[in-house]
Design a protein around this ligand. Structure first.
Ligand code: ACO
Length: 429
Protein backbone atom coordinates (compact mmCIF):
# COMPACT_ATOMS: atom_id res chain seq x y z
CA UNK A 1 0.00 0.00 0.00
CA UNK A 2 1.23 3.56 -0.72
CA UNK A 3 1.84 6.19 1.88
CA UNK A 4 -1.84 7.28 2.13
CA UNK A 5 -2.35 4.76 4.87
CA UNK A 6 -1.97 4.31 8.58
CA UNK A 7 -0.02 1.43 10.11
CA UNK A 8 -1.37 0.36 13.46
CA UNK A 9 0.34 -2.11 15.74
CA UNK A 10 -2.01 -3.76 18.18
CA UNK A 11 0.21 -4.28 21.21
CA UNK A 12 -2.23 -6.83 22.60
CA UNK A 13 -1.52 -9.21 19.76
CA UNK A 14 1.53 -7.76 18.02
CA UNK A 15 -0.41 -7.68 14.76
CA UNK A 16 0.07 -4.80 12.33
CA UNK A 17 -2.82 -3.37 10.32
CA UNK A 18 -2.78 -1.03 7.31
CA UNK A 19 -5.71 1.37 7.25
CA UNK A 20 -6.27 3.52 4.12
CA UNK A 21 -6.40 7.30 4.56
CA UNK A 22 -8.85 9.04 2.21
CA UNK A 23 -9.55 12.79 2.40
CA UNK A 24 -7.58 13.02 5.65
CA UNK A 25 -9.78 10.46 7.35
CA UNK A 26 -9.77 6.78 8.15
CA UNK A 27 -13.01 4.83 8.02
CA UNK A 28 -14.00 3.91 11.56
CA UNK A 29 -15.37 0.60 10.26
CA UNK A 30 -11.84 -0.37 9.13
CA UNK A 31 -10.86 -0.52 12.80
CA UNK A 32 -13.35 -3.34 13.31
CA UNK A 33 -10.78 -5.73 11.82
CA UNK A 34 -8.50 -5.08 14.81
CA UNK A 35 -9.37 -7.81 17.28
CA UNK A 36 -7.67 -9.01 20.45
CA UNK A 37 -9.01 -12.53 19.96
CA UNK A 38 -11.37 -14.67 17.90
CA UNK A 39 -14.49 -13.60 19.83
CA UNK A 40 -13.54 -9.94 20.09
CA UNK A 41 -16.10 -7.65 18.40
CA UNK A 42 -13.33 -5.44 17.01
CA UNK A 43 -11.96 -2.03 17.86
CA UNK A 44 -14.42 0.88 18.24
CA UNK A 45 -13.73 4.60 18.56
CA UNK A 46 -15.17 6.52 21.54
CA UNK A 47 -16.26 10.04 20.56
CA UNK A 48 -19.39 11.00 22.52
CA UNK A 49 -19.64 14.60 21.31
CA UNK A 50 -18.29 13.72 17.83
CA UNK A 51 -15.31 15.99 18.44
CA UNK A 52 -13.16 14.26 15.86
CA UNK A 53 -15.56 12.33 13.67
CA UNK A 54 -16.70 13.29 10.17
CA UNK A 55 -20.28 12.04 9.80
CA UNK A 56 -20.93 13.19 6.24
CA UNK A 57 -19.38 13.94 2.88
CA UNK A 58 -20.88 17.28 1.95
CA UNK A 59 -20.42 19.76 -0.90
CA UNK A 60 -22.56 22.49 0.66
CA UNK A 61 -20.60 24.51 3.20
CA UNK A 62 -16.86 24.84 3.67
CA UNK A 63 -15.58 25.99 7.02
CA UNK A 64 -12.04 26.52 8.26
CA UNK A 65 -12.35 27.33 11.94
CA UNK A 66 -8.72 28.33 12.43
CA UNK A 67 -8.67 30.74 9.52
CA UNK A 68 -12.21 32.04 10.13
CA UNK A 69 -13.36 31.01 6.64
CA UNK A 70 -16.97 30.22 5.77
CA UNK A 71 -18.16 29.53 2.22
CA UNK A 72 -21.47 28.34 0.80
CA UNK A 73 -20.92 26.23 -2.33
CA UNK A 74 -17.51 27.88 -2.67
CA UNK A 75 -18.68 31.50 -2.34
CA UNK A 76 -17.18 33.44 0.61
CA UNK A 77 -19.80 34.44 3.16
CA UNK A 78 -18.56 38.05 3.03
CA UNK A 79 -19.38 38.27 -0.71
CA UNK A 80 -22.79 36.69 -0.26
CA UNK A 81 -23.60 39.05 2.63
CA UNK A 82 -22.52 42.03 0.53
CA UNK A 83 -24.22 41.17 -2.78
CA UNK A 84 -26.75 38.35 -2.48
CA UNK A 85 -30.28 38.08 -1.12
CA UNK A 86 -31.60 35.39 1.17
CA UNK A 87 -33.70 33.89 -1.64
CA UNK A 88 -30.74 33.73 -3.98
CA UNK A 89 -28.54 32.18 -1.27
CA UNK A 90 -31.28 29.64 -0.53
CA UNK A 91 -31.26 28.65 -4.22
CA UNK A 92 -27.47 28.37 -4.11
CA UNK A 93 -27.56 26.11 -1.06
CA UNK A 94 -30.25 23.85 -2.47
CA UNK A 95 -29.10 23.60 -6.11
CA UNK A 96 -25.36 24.21 -5.77
CA UNK A 97 -25.17 27.10 -8.29
CA UNK A 98 -26.17 30.75 -8.30
CA UNK A 99 -29.40 31.16 -10.29
CA UNK A 100 -29.72 33.28 -13.41
CA UNK A 101 -32.42 35.97 -13.42
CA UNK A 102 -35.19 33.69 -14.71
CA UNK A 103 -34.31 30.86 -12.34
CA UNK A 104 -34.29 33.25 -9.39
CA UNK A 105 -37.67 34.73 -10.33
CA UNK A 106 -39.17 31.27 -10.69
CA UNK A 107 -37.65 30.14 -7.39
CA UNK A 108 -38.89 33.20 -5.49
CA UNK A 109 -42.32 32.73 -7.09
CA UNK A 110 -42.41 29.05 -6.07
CA UNK A 111 -41.39 29.76 -2.50
CA UNK A 112 -43.87 32.64 -2.21
CA UNK A 113 -46.62 30.31 -3.35
CA UNK A 114 -45.87 27.92 -0.51
CA UNK A 115 -46.06 30.46 2.31
CA UNK A 116 -49.75 29.93 3.15
CA UNK A 117 -50.46 27.66 6.11
CA UNK A 118 -53.23 25.11 6.18
CA UNK A 119 -55.89 26.43 8.57
CA UNK A 120 -55.42 23.34 10.76
CA UNK A 121 -51.79 24.35 11.31
CA UNK A 122 -52.90 27.90 11.96
CA UNK A 123 -55.45 26.75 14.53
CA UNK A 124 -52.84 24.54 16.17
CA UNK A 125 -50.54 27.54 16.57
CA UNK A 126 -53.40 29.62 17.96
CA UNK A 127 -54.19 26.92 20.49
CA UNK A 128 -50.86 27.33 22.31
CA UNK A 129 -50.86 29.42 25.49
CA UNK A 130 -49.97 33.05 24.81
CA UNK A 131 -46.92 32.62 27.06
CA UNK A 132 -45.62 29.53 25.22
CA UNK A 133 -42.02 29.88 24.15
CA UNK A 134 -42.05 30.64 20.41
CA UNK A 135 -39.58 27.82 19.78
CA UNK A 136 -41.95 25.31 21.43
CA UNK A 137 -44.70 26.54 19.11
CA UNK A 138 -42.37 26.46 16.10
CA UNK A 139 -41.23 22.90 16.79
CA UNK A 140 -44.81 21.70 17.38
CA UNK A 141 -46.20 23.40 14.29
CA UNK A 142 -43.44 22.16 11.98
CA UNK A 143 -43.84 18.60 13.13
CA UNK A 144 -47.62 18.87 12.63
CA UNK A 145 -47.08 19.91 9.00
CA UNK A 146 -45.99 16.33 8.32
CA UNK A 147 -49.56 15.24 9.09
CA UNK A 148 -50.92 17.70 6.52
CA UNK A 149 -48.53 16.54 3.78
CA UNK A 150 -48.51 12.75 3.99
CA UNK A 151 -46.86 12.67 0.54
CA UNK A 152 -43.72 13.92 2.31
CA UNK A 153 -43.11 10.36 3.47
CA UNK A 154 -42.03 9.50 -0.10
CA UNK A 155 -38.53 10.50 0.80
CA UNK A 156 -36.95 8.45 -2.01
CA UNK A 157 -38.55 10.53 -4.75
CA UNK A 158 -36.27 13.46 -5.70
CA UNK A 159 -39.13 15.52 -7.17
CA UNK A 160 -41.11 15.06 -4.02
CA UNK A 161 -38.12 16.09 -1.92
CA UNK A 162 -37.83 19.33 -3.88
CA UNK A 163 -41.53 20.02 -3.42
CA UNK A 164 -41.21 19.52 0.35
CA UNK A 165 -38.11 21.74 0.37
CA UNK A 166 -40.09 24.57 -1.25
CA UNK A 167 -42.98 24.04 1.15
CA UNK A 168 -40.68 24.09 4.15
CA UNK A 169 -38.77 27.22 3.11
CA UNK A 170 -42.06 29.00 2.34
CA UNK A 171 -43.88 27.92 5.48
CA UNK A 172 -41.21 28.36 8.15
CA UNK A 173 -41.44 32.15 7.72
CA UNK A 174 -45.21 32.06 8.23
CA UNK A 175 -44.94 29.73 11.23
CA UNK A 176 -42.18 31.92 12.69
CA UNK A 177 -44.20 35.12 12.30
CA UNK A 178 -47.30 33.47 13.78
CA UNK A 179 -45.39 32.35 16.90
CA UNK A 180 -44.57 36.02 17.49
CA UNK A 181 -48.10 37.27 16.85
CA UNK A 182 -49.76 34.82 19.23
CA UNK A 183 -47.15 35.61 21.86
CA UNK A 184 -48.14 39.26 21.59
CA UNK A 185 -51.84 38.44 21.49
CA UNK A 186 -52.16 40.12 18.09
CA UNK A 187 -54.21 38.91 15.10
CA UNK A 188 -52.31 36.93 12.49
CA UNK A 189 -51.27 38.52 9.20
CA UNK A 190 -51.60 36.12 6.29
CA UNK A 191 -48.79 36.07 3.72
CA UNK A 192 -48.86 38.60 0.90
CA UNK A 193 -47.54 37.36 -2.45
CA UNK A 194 -46.85 40.88 -3.65
CA UNK A 195 -43.88 41.18 -1.31
CA UNK A 196 -40.61 39.33 -1.47
CA UNK A 197 -39.69 36.73 1.15
CA UNK A 198 -38.16 39.14 3.66
CA UNK A 199 -40.68 41.93 3.07
CA UNK A 200 -43.51 39.46 3.47
CA UNK A 201 -41.99 38.13 6.66
CA UNK A 202 -41.65 41.64 8.11
CA UNK A 203 -45.25 42.34 7.14
CA UNK A 204 -46.51 39.15 8.80
CA UNK A 205 -44.56 40.13 11.92
CA UNK A 206 -45.24 43.85 12.23
CA UNK A 207 -48.35 44.91 10.31
CA UNK A 208 -51.00 46.25 12.66
CA UNK A 209 -54.05 48.13 11.26
CA UNK A 210 -52.52 49.78 8.23
CA UNK A 211 -54.00 48.73 4.92
CA UNK A 212 -50.66 48.72 3.15
CA UNK A 213 -47.55 47.73 5.03
CA UNK A 214 -44.31 48.98 3.49
CA UNK A 215 -41.29 47.15 4.89
CA UNK A 216 -38.42 49.50 5.53
CA UNK A 217 -35.55 48.92 3.05
CA UNK A 218 -32.94 49.18 5.82
CA UNK A 219 -34.60 46.40 7.81
CA UNK A 220 -35.12 44.33 4.65
CA UNK A 221 -31.42 44.64 3.86
CA UNK A 222 -30.39 43.83 7.45
CA UNK A 223 -32.65 40.79 7.63
CA UNK A 224 -31.41 39.55 4.25
CA UNK A 225 -27.86 39.67 5.59
CA UNK A 226 -28.77 38.04 8.92
CA UNK A 227 -30.71 35.29 7.16
CA UNK A 228 -27.83 34.66 4.72
CA UNK A 229 -25.36 34.38 7.62
CA UNK A 230 -27.59 31.90 9.43
CA UNK A 231 -28.58 29.79 6.43
CA UNK A 232 -26.12 26.92 6.87
CA UNK A 233 -23.15 25.93 8.98
CA UNK A 234 -22.28 22.36 7.94
CA UNK A 235 -22.50 19.55 10.50
CA UNK A 236 -23.48 21.40 13.67
CA UNK A 237 -25.72 20.03 16.42
CA UNK A 238 -29.05 20.81 14.73
CA UNK A 239 -27.98 19.85 11.20
CA UNK A 240 -26.60 16.57 12.50
CA UNK A 241 -29.97 16.00 14.17
CA UNK A 242 -31.72 16.62 10.84
CA UNK A 243 -29.48 14.02 9.23
CA UNK A 244 -29.84 11.51 12.07
CA UNK A 245 -33.64 11.65 12.03
CA UNK A 246 -33.75 11.79 8.23
CA UNK A 247 -31.55 8.69 8.03
CA UNK A 248 -34.49 6.67 9.35
CA UNK A 249 -36.51 7.84 6.28
CA UNK A 250 -38.79 9.97 8.49
CA UNK A 251 -40.62 12.74 6.65
CA UNK A 252 -38.65 16.01 6.45
CA UNK A 253 -41.09 17.91 8.71
CA UNK A 254 -40.39 15.46 11.55
CA UNK A 255 -36.65 15.70 10.90
CA UNK A 256 -36.80 19.48 10.77
CA UNK A 257 -38.80 19.67 14.02
CA UNK A 258 -36.01 17.62 15.63
CA UNK A 259 -33.35 19.90 14.17
CA UNK A 260 -35.21 22.94 15.49
CA UNK A 261 -35.40 21.33 18.93
CA UNK A 262 -31.61 20.90 18.89
CA UNK A 263 -31.22 24.53 17.85
CA UNK A 264 -33.39 25.70 20.75
CA UNK A 265 -30.75 24.82 23.39
CA UNK A 266 -28.75 27.74 24.86
CA UNK A 267 -25.41 26.23 23.81
CA UNK A 268 -26.54 26.34 20.17
CA UNK A 269 -29.11 28.68 18.56
CA UNK A 270 -30.68 29.52 21.91
CA UNK A 271 -27.48 31.44 22.68
CA UNK A 272 -28.80 34.63 21.05
CA UNK A 273 -31.61 34.74 23.60
CA UNK A 274 -29.20 33.79 26.40
CA UNK A 275 -26.85 36.65 25.42
CA UNK A 276 -29.61 39.21 25.86
CA UNK A 277 -30.70 37.69 29.18
CA UNK A 278 -27.06 37.86 30.32
CA UNK A 279 -26.66 41.50 29.22
CA UNK A 280 -29.87 42.43 31.01
CA UNK A 281 -28.69 40.68 34.16
CA UNK A 282 -25.35 42.52 34.06
CA UNK A 283 -27.36 45.72 33.71
CA UNK A 284 -24.55 48.33 33.57
CA UNK A 285 -21.06 48.64 32.10
CA UNK A 286 -19.62 49.17 35.58
CA UNK A 287 -20.64 45.63 36.51
CA UNK A 288 -18.90 43.99 33.56
CA UNK A 289 -15.51 43.38 35.29
CA UNK A 290 -17.21 41.61 38.22
CA UNK A 291 -19.21 39.46 35.77
CA UNK A 292 -16.05 38.51 33.87
CA UNK A 293 -14.39 37.54 37.18
CA UNK A 294 -17.39 35.31 37.89
CA UNK A 295 -17.04 33.65 34.47
CA UNK A 296 -13.37 32.97 35.18
CA UNK A 297 -14.31 31.41 38.52
CA UNK A 298 -16.67 29.11 36.59
CA UNK A 299 -19.86 30.68 38.02
CA UNK A 300 -21.31 31.55 34.60
CA UNK A 301 -20.57 31.30 30.92
CA UNK A 302 -19.99 34.27 28.72
CA UNK A 303 -22.85 33.53 26.34
CA UNK A 304 -22.19 34.34 22.68
CA UNK A 305 -18.52 33.52 23.16
CA UNK A 306 -16.71 30.38 22.09
CA UNK A 307 -17.35 27.94 19.31
CA UNK A 308 -16.61 24.30 18.69
CA UNK A 309 -14.96 24.97 15.35
CA UNK A 310 -14.03 28.68 15.21
CA UNK A 311 -10.86 29.10 17.23
CA UNK A 312 -9.81 32.47 15.89
CA UNK A 313 -12.88 34.48 14.95
CA UNK A 314 -16.38 33.83 13.69
CA UNK A 315 -16.64 35.59 10.30
CA UNK A 316 -20.40 35.89 10.73
CA UNK A 317 -19.95 37.78 14.00
CA UNK A 318 -17.68 40.30 12.28
CA UNK A 319 -20.18 40.97 9.50
CA UNK A 320 -23.02 41.38 12.00
CA UNK A 321 -21.03 43.73 14.19
CA UNK A 322 -20.34 46.02 11.22
CA UNK A 323 -23.96 45.90 10.08
CA UNK A 324 -25.32 46.56 13.57
CA UNK A 325 -24.27 50.20 13.37
CA UNK A 326 -26.24 50.71 10.13
CA UNK A 327 -29.33 49.24 11.75
CA UNK A 328 -28.88 51.21 14.96
CA UNK A 329 -28.63 54.44 12.93
CA UNK A 330 -32.19 53.69 11.80
CA UNK A 331 -33.72 52.03 14.87
CA UNK A 332 -31.71 53.66 17.65
CA UNK A 333 -29.05 51.65 19.46
CA UNK A 334 -29.87 48.86 21.80
CA UNK A 335 -29.52 50.07 25.40
CA UNK A 336 -27.41 46.97 26.01
CA UNK A 337 -24.89 47.75 23.26
CA UNK A 338 -22.45 49.49 25.62
CA UNK A 339 -22.45 46.50 27.97
CA UNK A 340 -21.82 44.14 25.04
CA UNK A 341 -18.95 46.29 23.74
CA UNK A 342 -17.40 46.46 27.21
CA UNK A 343 -17.69 42.69 27.66
CA UNK A 344 -16.09 42.08 24.29
CA UNK A 345 -13.27 44.55 24.96
CA UNK A 346 -12.38 42.99 28.32
CA UNK A 347 -12.74 39.39 27.15
CA UNK A 348 -10.61 39.90 24.04
CA UNK A 349 -7.72 41.11 26.22
CA UNK A 350 -8.07 38.64 29.06
CA UNK A 351 -5.74 35.65 29.32
CA UNK A 352 -8.61 33.30 30.30
CA UNK A 353 -10.43 33.91 27.01
CA UNK A 354 -7.31 34.26 24.86
CA UNK A 355 -5.79 30.97 26.04
CA UNK A 356 -9.09 29.13 25.43
CA UNK A 357 -9.56 30.81 22.04
CA UNK A 358 -12.94 32.23 23.01
CA UNK A 359 -14.20 34.92 20.64
CA UNK A 360 -17.64 36.42 19.94
CA UNK A 361 -19.73 34.08 17.82
CA UNK A 362 -22.68 34.79 15.52
CA UNK A 363 -25.05 35.04 18.47
CA UNK A 364 -23.21 37.75 20.37
CA UNK A 365 -24.45 40.66 18.24
CA UNK A 366 -27.47 39.28 16.36
CA UNK A 367 -29.70 39.59 19.45
CA UNK A 368 -28.83 43.26 19.82
CA UNK A 369 -30.08 43.90 16.29
CA UNK A 370 -33.28 41.98 16.91
CA UNK A 371 -33.79 43.91 20.13
CA UNK A 372 -33.30 47.19 18.27
CA UNK A 373 -35.99 45.97 15.84
CA UNK A 374 -38.24 45.80 18.94
CA UNK A 375 -38.44 42.02 18.96
CA UNK A 376 -38.87 40.29 22.31
CA UNK A 377 -35.96 38.14 23.42
CA UNK A 378 -37.81 34.85 23.25
CA UNK A 379 -38.36 35.14 19.47
CA UNK A 380 -34.63 35.37 18.67
CA UNK A 381 -34.07 31.65 18.18
CA UNK A 382 -37.03 31.48 15.79
CA UNK A 383 -35.24 34.21 13.80
CA UNK A 384 -32.35 31.76 13.55
CA UNK A 385 -34.49 28.69 12.79
CA UNK A 386 -36.21 30.27 9.76
CA UNK A 387 -33.07 30.78 7.65
CA UNK A 388 -31.35 27.68 9.04
CA UNK A 389 -34.26 25.63 7.70
CA UNK A 390 -32.74 26.18 4.24
CA UNK A 391 -29.48 24.59 5.38
CA UNK A 392 -31.29 21.74 7.12
CA UNK A 393 -33.27 20.98 3.97
CA UNK A 394 -30.22 21.28 1.68
CA UNK A 395 -28.27 18.90 3.92
CA UNK A 396 -31.19 16.47 4.07
CA UNK A 397 -31.56 16.48 0.27
CA UNK A 398 -27.84 15.91 -0.15
CA UNK A 399 -27.90 13.06 2.37
CA UNK A 400 -30.81 11.35 0.64
CA UNK A 401 -28.72 11.13 -2.55
CA UNK A 402 -25.62 9.86 -0.78
CA UNK A 403 -24.72 6.32 -1.71
CA UNK A 404 -23.27 5.90 1.80
CA UNK A 405 -26.68 6.60 3.37
CA UNK A 406 -27.66 4.16 6.09
CA UNK A 407 -29.69 4.62 9.24
CA UNK A 408 -27.50 6.28 11.88
CA UNK A 409 -26.90 3.88 14.71
CA UNK A 410 -23.93 4.60 16.99
CA UNK A 411 -22.33 2.09 19.33
CA UNK A 412 -21.83 2.38 23.07
CA UNK A 413 -19.45 1.25 25.76
CA UNK A 414 -21.65 -0.67 28.16
CA UNK A 415 -20.88 0.29 31.77
CA UNK A 416 -23.77 -1.46 33.57
CA UNK A 417 -24.21 -4.66 35.55
CA UNK A 418 -23.14 -8.09 34.39
CA UNK A 419 -25.99 -10.58 33.86
CA UNK A 420 -27.90 -11.24 37.10
CA UNK A 421 -30.91 -13.28 38.20
CA UNK A 422 -34.34 -11.67 38.55
CA UNK A 423 -35.49 -11.71 42.19
CA UNK A 424 -39.17 -11.80 43.20
CA UNK A 425 -40.38 -8.60 44.90
CA UNK A 426 -40.94 -10.37 48.24
CA UNK A 427 -37.30 -11.42 48.30
CA UNK A 428 -35.87 -7.94 47.68
CA UNK A 429 -34.53 -5.88 50.59
N1 ACO B 1 -17.62 31.27 28.64
C1 ACO B 1 -16.66 30.87 29.51
N2 ACO B 1 -15.87 29.80 29.32
C2 ACO B 1 -16.06 29.08 28.20
C3 ACO B 1 -17.04 29.43 27.24
C4 ACO B 1 -17.82 30.57 27.49
N3 ACO B 1 -18.76 30.96 26.62
N4 ACO B 1 -17.01 28.55 26.24
C5 ACO B 1 -16.05 27.66 26.53
N5 ACO B 1 -15.47 28.00 27.72
C6 ACO B 1 -14.34 27.34 28.37
C7 ACO B 1 -14.75 25.99 28.94
O1 ACO B 1 -15.19 26.13 30.26
C8 ACO B 1 -13.45 25.23 28.83
O2 ACO B 1 -12.60 25.68 29.86
P1 ACO B 1 -11.60 24.64 30.60
O3 ACO B 1 -10.65 24.17 29.53
O4 ACO B 1 -10.97 25.42 31.67
O5 ACO B 1 -12.49 23.53 31.10
C9 ACO B 1 -12.85 25.73 27.51
O6 ACO B 1 -13.38 27.06 27.35
C10 ACO B 1 -13.19 24.87 26.31
O7 ACO B 1 -14.61 24.83 26.20
P2 ACO B 1 -15.45 23.58 25.74
O8 ACO B 1 -16.70 23.56 26.55
O9 ACO B 1 -14.59 22.36 25.72
O10 ACO B 1 -15.77 23.97 24.24
P3 ACO B 1 -16.86 23.29 23.32
O11 ACO B 1 -16.28 23.30 21.96
O12 ACO B 1 -17.29 21.98 23.88
O13 ACO B 1 -18.11 24.26 23.43
C11 ACO B 1 -19.61 26.02 23.01
C12 ACO B 1 -18.44 25.19 22.47
C13 ACO B 1 -20.74 25.08 23.44
C14 ACO B 1 -20.12 26.95 21.91
C15 ACO B 1 -19.12 26.84 24.22
O14 ACO B 1 -18.07 27.70 23.83
C16 ACO B 1 -20.24 27.63 24.87
O15 ACO B 1 -20.96 27.10 25.71
N6 ACO B 1 -20.42 28.94 24.49
C17 ACO B 1 -21.50 29.73 25.04
C18 ACO B 1 -22.80 29.41 24.33
C19 ACO B 1 -22.84 29.93 22.92
O16 ACO B 1 -22.55 31.10 22.66
N7 ACO B 1 -23.27 29.08 21.99
C20 ACO B 1 -23.46 29.46 20.58
C21 ACO B 1 -22.42 28.82 19.73
S1 ACO B 1 -22.66 29.35 18.05
C22 ACO B 1 -24.00 28.44 17.52
O17 ACO B 1 -24.24 27.33 17.92
C23 ACO B 1 -24.88 29.05 16.60
Amino acid sequence: MGKDSLSITDNRTGKVYEIPIVDGTIRAIDLRAIKAGKDDFGLLTYDPALLNTATARSAITYLDGDAGILRYRGYPIEQLAAHSTFMETAYLLIFGQLPNKIQLEQWAFDINHHTLLHTNAQRLIESFRHSAHPMSVFIGAISALGSLYPDSRHTHDPENRLLQAKRIIGKVATVGAFTYRINQGWPLNLPDDELDYIGNYLRMMFRMNEHHYYPDPILVKALNVLFILHADHEQNCSTSTMRVIGSSQADPYSSLAGAAAALYGPLHGGANEAVLTMLEQIGATGRVPAFIDGVKRGEAKLMGFGHRVYKNFDPRGQIIKKMAHEVFAFTGASPLLDIALKLEEIALHDEYFISRKLYPNVDFYSGLIYQAMKLPTNIFTVMFAIPRSVGWVAQWMEMMEDEDLKIVRPRQIYTGEEEREYTMIEERK
